[in-house]
Design a protein. Structure first.
Length: 437
């Protein structure tokens, strides 16, 4: 039991009589009577507050998405004969945070009430939701009864799987244009799909003259994108990928985008593979296709985290040279800030297009670019001028790196981390539509 502010104020009442009793002895007995009344009221309220049991049940999703608000529901069941106001707070591990705790709920007499709060994970992996901490006032409000109810629920924090579910919902509604364009584009002359009526903008070379003669109506052959192609994602998990923006590391932004592209690729009939590396290969998933390809990718990478070590690109490219024989789209996600790493990446990326189609994803730094977009500092503010000059030099160096990569034959994406997923899905669909793979 914890004394409430009301009990503290009530206990201060006899102090005035005590001071008066010093000057007038006749007030001694009234003071003692008030003291006794306060003590009796406090004891009776304490005993009344001990009655009535509260049962707690928690419903939490087994799988949570990183960077998203995931609902957790706590059900309270009171066995008391009076309504009770309860403050609820769950023990959460450090990577799981909630701004909605403690939550207040009124539980009816011998009834039930639910309280729902949202958890936002900042790290992937397996975590335990801990005990319930309940605090409820006694009938007179002189005490707070504090209870700790043992509980343990294990949740697995995965990459942003809600985005995949949103994509599936749009697909069921025949709106597969997630954030950019349709996931199924009309391809070139690769694989025959169906015959259909001629439209005004159809090229004449697509007309099927035999079908036209048979139907007595202009008919064209429609082709689809070639299937069973290979897409491999190389995820740099070195120290530069630990930088955060919008509460997520660059590595998590890259992993979320890889997950969405893998889902689109699997729906298109392609195979998807994954390799995470820093100074050594941390995880490798050979290219697989089918309906469970995305789930296998999630299971492989959900507990991977970037480490504070330097990245060695050769370990990933050597692995590809040994394991990947068939031509594939190789997408590498990385961040470069120095000439040594840039030279190593350029050398490897220039050799890659001989066998595969290379796509390099480099993150833009919104904070550095924001320094250039801000108002120019005063000429006497040397620190601000130097800072702006350093930002301009960094942006210019990054633009030169992007230009050199493209000159070496690689495709390059250079988006802000928040805009990576739609940009990556768009580029994959363009590559498929243009038959570059």
């Amino acid at each position: 039991m914890i004394p409430s502010l009301r009990l503290v104020l009530l206990g201060a009442l006899p102090i005035g009589f005590a001071l008066a009793a010093v000057a007038n002895a006749a007030l001694l007995w009234p003071m003692l009577a008030i003291d006794g009344a306060v003590v009796i009221a406090a004891l009776c309220d304490l005993l009344a507050g001990l009655a009535g049991r509260i049962d707690v049940t928690r419903r939490a999703p087994r799988v949570m998405s990183i960077g998203r608000d995931n609902p957790v529901t706590v059900e309270l069941r009171s066995r008391s004969g009076r309504p009770r106001t309860v403050l609820v707070k769950d023990d959460l591990p450090a990577p799981l945070s909630s701004s909605e705790l403690p939550a207040r709920v009124v539980v009816p007499a011998r009834g039930r009430a639910n309280v729902t709060y949202h958890v936002r994970p900042s790290r992937r992996g397996a975590f335990d939701l801990g005990d319930h901490n309940l605090r409820t006032p006694t009938p007179l409000g002189l005490w707070w009864r504090q209870l700790r109810v043992a509980a343990r629920d294990t949740v697995h924090v995965y990459p942003d799987v809600r985005a995949v579910r949103t994509y599936d919902l749009l697909a069921r509604q025949n709106r597969e244009m997630l954030m950019a364009r349709a996931a199924r584009l009309r391809g070139g002359e690769t694989e025959f799909e169906r015959l259909r009526d001629h439209l005004r903008d159809d090229p004449f070379r697509y007309i099927d003259w035999k079908a036209t003669a048979r139907r007595q109506k202009l008919t064209v052959r429609e082709h689809q994108k070639e299937r069973d192609q290979i897409v491999v994602c190389l995820l740099d998990s070195g120290r530069l990928m630990t930088a955060e923006t919008d509460g997520l590391s660059y590595f998590d932004h890259a992993l979320n985008a890889s997950l969405m592209m893998a889902h689109v690729a699997a729906r298109s009939g392609d195979q998807i593979g994954l390799c995470a590396f820093d100074k050594e290969v941390r995880a490798y998933l050979p290219p697989v296709g089918g309906a469970r390809a995305t789930q296998r990718l999630i299971a492989t990478a959900y507990d991977l985290h970037p480490a504070l070590v330097e990245t060695d690109f050769t370990v990933a490219f050597d692995l590809l040279s040994r394991r990947l024989r068939k031509r594939a789209l190789v997408v590498i996600f990385t961040q470069i800030v120095d000439d040594v790493s840039a030279a190593q990446l350029l050398r490897l990326m220039r050799a890659l297009p001989r066998r595969h189609l290379a796509l390099c994803v480099l993150f833009r730094d919104g904070e550095i670019e924001g320094l250039l977009e801000a108002d120019a500092p005063a000429t006497d503010d040397r620190a601000a001028l130097y800072l702006r000059g350093a930002a301009a030099e960094t942006v210019l160096w990054r633009e030169h790196l992007v230009r050199d990569l493209r000159a070496g034959g690689a495709h390059v994406l250079h988006p802000l981390p928040q805009k990576l997923t739609p940009a990556l899905v768009n580029r994959y669909l363009e590559i498929k539509a243009q038959q570059l793979l």
